[in-house]
Design a protein around this ligand. Structure first.
Ligand SMILES: Cc1cc2nc3c(=O)[nH]c(=O)nc-3n(C[C@H](O)[C@H](O)[C@H](O)COP(=O)(O)OP(=O)(O)OC[C@H]3O[C@@H](n4cnc5c(N)ncnc54)[C@H](O)[C@@H]3O)c2cc1C
Length: 287
């Protein structure tokens, strides 16, 4: 089925894009890589009056380091992340995750900003955004603001972004010494989307004791979540099979898992624990 008719704009500045979004009063959509938006438009689950293509706005794409913080433009593609030497060195969980998104075509067109703004519960980057405590910068009619990843995801396909705001930039601190990370997912064999995924980042001190643990989970509920009980169980512990197993057992605490044609709620709850353990085991091995 083709999408319903829409107007198309390709502004050359962010201000122009924001003003177009305001003019349409919530009836227009930003177009980034189009790999989530166009399929749902063809299914007529979204029928925007206009698409605002931000692909011609300079400065929205690229990866750089600024005083120990990694800054990634919202229009940076999955492929650019997968192949970035800077990220492999400073925040390796990002390229690791990008390599397991969809297929080559999806990775060449899809963007990290689109993935985070779309907030698909089965999307990979949203869980990683939580584990990395990403700072998400957006521009709207009132100017710029910064939203923490843990406050950004509101519900299924719903974020803290207002309809006239554009996600412009993602900021992540470069890893502290003695930090390890990993992303593990059970992938849908057809699309690659996560049935359940876990992103883990752990930092230990000179004695091997865990000082910081961050775990983001996707696929379990309608939005990516932080596994706070797991994080709390790890801090102050030496990371080994037993402490990781005990902490991972808490992965689904307080969560009401979704069930669908891919996995029942009970199976998703089980997978949450299994993939949290896998991600933590790999992350601690990489410290
Ligand atoms: C066959 C297939 C397989 C896939 N497999 C996976 C997978 O394994 N894992 C995975 O995570 N994803 C997967 N995806 C989705 C893919 O990663 C998308 O590229 C991504 O989710 C959306 O990015 P995009 O740049 O294409 O955004 P678009 O489709 O252009 O936009 C998505 C939504 O976000 C909004 N948006 C986009 N950019 C911004 C911005 N800067 N500011 C505000 N709003 C914005 C749009 O208005 C739209 O509502 C798959 C897609 C396909 C088609």
């Amino acid at each position: 089925m083709p999408a319903t008719a829409f107007e198309y704009h390709a502004p050359s500045t962010i201000q122009e894009a924001v003003s177009l979004l305001s003019q349409y009063g919530g009836e227009a959509k930003i177009l980034a890589g189009g790999h989530s938006l166009l399929p749902i438009m063809n299914l007529r689950l979204a029928q925007p009056k206009a698409l605002i293509d931000i692909g011609r706005i300079s400065g929205l794409s690229g990866i750089r380091e600024e005083n120990g913080t990694i800054v990634i433009g919202a229009m940076t593609t999955h492929y650019m992340i997968e192949s970035s030497d800077l990220l492999k060195d400073k925040v390796p969980i990002l390229p690791e995750t990008a390599t397991v998104i969809g297929d080559v075509q999806v990775r060449n067109r899809g963007t990290i900003g689109g993935s985070i703004a779309h907030a698909d519960p089965a999307g990979d980057f949203p869980a990683v955004a939580i584990a990395l405590d990403m700072q998400l910068n957006a521009v709207g009619p009132q100017g710029e603001r910064s939203i923490k990843a843990r406050e950004f995801f509101v519900d299924i396909l719903t974020t803290a972004l207002q309809p006239d705001e554009i996600l412009t930039e993602i900021r992540v601190p470069a890893f502290a010494p003695h930090t390890g990370s990993a992303y593990a997912k059970m992938a849908n064999p057809a699309s690659g989307y996560a049935i359940v995924g876990a992103a883990a980042v752990v930092t230990v001190d000179g004695n091997g004791v865990c000082r910081k643990a961050s775990v983001g989970l996707n696929g379990i509920t309608g939005k990516p979540v932080a596994a706070v009980s797991v994080e709390q169980a790890l801090v102050g512990q030496r990371l080994n099979d037993q402490t990781i197993q005990e902490a991972a057992a808490k992965a689904a605490d307080g969560l009401e898992a979704l069930g669908d044609i891919f996995a029942s709620a009970a199976y998703r709850t089980h997978l949450a624990r299994v993939y949290t353990k896998r991600a933590l085991t790999r992350a601690s091995g990489r410290v």
